[in-house]
Design a protein around this ligand. Sequence first.
Ligand code: KMH
Ligand code: ZN
Length: 274
Amino acid sequence: MEKLIITAAICGAEVTKEDNPAVPYTIEEIAREAKMAHESGASIIHLHVRYDDGTPTQSKDRFKEAFDAIKAVCPDVIIQPSTGGAVGMSNAERMSPLELKPEMATLDCGTINFGGDEIFANTETTVFEFARTMLPLGIKPEIEVFDRGMIQLAKKCIKEGLIVGNPHFNLVLGTVCGMPGNLEDIVYLVNSLPEGSTFTGTGIGRYEFPVATAAILLGGHVRVGFEDNIYTKKGVLASSNAELVEKAVRIAKELNREIANPSEARAILGLKEV
Ligand code: KMH
Ligand code: ZN
């Protein structure tokens, strides 16, 4: 089987230091978490940024600061900024980090309830607009899928020529109103992907490691990190993102999957070598 790409989603937009004091906010904290996660086996850093008080922002300048700080401590890691941002942000705001021409960025392929009154809105027009912006900049989208219908919209983007090359999906399972993270759910989604796709499995909360294990067995890749889950096991807070990456590495090794370094991850994903 292909080597395993581990993505560390180190910060997110919703989780706070009140949830886990190790959640990074400042540029220094973000760079430190990225470095430790990378040294533990992550080849991709999925990145949101915050102001020092923890407020999420999609400011291009703040992303640039974070990119520079991460590149200074782990020059070869793949940085994948979010275009999801935080619920309620405008499309223009969400797309700001694309101006930095990252190698990859997320492309959320549909609308989903995030609980209470929160709607993470991604209309078809929005998804087309984001894909159309990434294409000429040579940014590889990671297609975020929270439910089965989102694969349909991704297929439409592919048909329209807005996503080119082998598509890469992130199957995000276990959100409050999305697809649950049981084995049959991940198998169903994987079987629904277009031919030639690669995929990452992301489990939210208690689903993190069951989904990771299933993804490893199914030949996919894995995402872990504070954005998705703050515990190493029930009731035990993780002291760093690296601790979550280390757990994914242990599971992978037991299941005979070797870990990809950033250069190997680029080859698997069809990204240019840097
Ligand atoms: N924070 C969520 C609103 C992404 O990074 O593209 C969206 C999100 C997905 O986290
Ligand atoms: Zn995200």
